[in-house]
Ligand binder design. Structure first.
Ligand code: G1P
Length: 201
């Protein structure tokens, strides 16, 4: 089952970020492996269910626009301090042109409530820009700041993907994902539902 997950002719290369210097720094660690190609960043703690998957939807957009695409979702204004938030202008259904992006703004200063949630398709120009990004929010090298720099060179789109996102970076979101995936799993759902009912909550 595990072997079948990997598509044919795909090899895995693992790179370790030896110091926790931020997401931008983590992406920069992959520079030599990615080379001069567009690439995707998937933050595994943002689990997104959807058919087709969120990244597949974004690749389709990349294929027609040939520019960076950020996966975004509307969040509550009081939650902006947990995300990269974009300022953007509508460009089509679910698509907007990114005009600005800021990392974890306080609600009063957030340019919108459109948050980047763990899916990015980026052009390789981001690497040279990340090399000169100074530590930002939380003292870390932020991918958001690299993307902000990219905006002066290239078009960047924000795309409101279709799908449900679970924030597995917090305990409650992780539990929600576990329960909902179990209840949707063809082999497990009946037994799991019976188990939940047996708890007589
Ligand atoms: C990171 C990014 C942030 C993004 C978020 C999505 O933050 O820095 O821009 O909105 O992931 O989950 P983190 O959750 O690592 O603090």
């Amino acid at each position: 089952m595990v072997q079948n997950v990997l598509p044919n002719k795909t090899s895995c290369v693992y790179i370790r970020q030896t110091e926790a210097l931020g997401l931008g720094h983590a992406v920069l660690c992959a520079k030599q492996v990615v080379g001069n190609d567009p690439f995707a960043v998937i933050l595994a703690d943002d689990l997104i269910s959807g058919e087709p998957g969120a990244l597949r939807q974004m690749v389709d957009i990349y294929e027609s626009c040939q520019c960076s695409v950020l996966g975004v979702q509307n969040v509550l204004r009081e939650e902006t301090r947990s995300y990269g938030i974009v300022k953007s202008k509508a460009a089509g259904p679910r698509i907007s042109h990114v005009e600005g992006i800021v990392e974890k703004p306080v609600p009063e200063q957030a340019p919108s409530t459109l948050a980047v949630v763990g899916r990015y398709i980026l052009t390789p120009r981001i690497f040279s820009l990340l090399e000169s990004v100074k530590p930002g929010a939380g003292g870390e090298i932020q991918l958001t700041d690299g993307i902000a720099a990219l905006l002066s060179h290239e078009k960047v789109l924000a795309y409101e993907f279709i799908g449900k996102r679970y924030d597995c970076g917090n305990k409650f979101g992780y539990l929600q994902a576990t329960v909902e995936y179990a209840l949707a799993h063809p082999e497990l759902k009946e037994r799991f539902l019976a188990y939940l009912k047996s708890l007589k909550l």
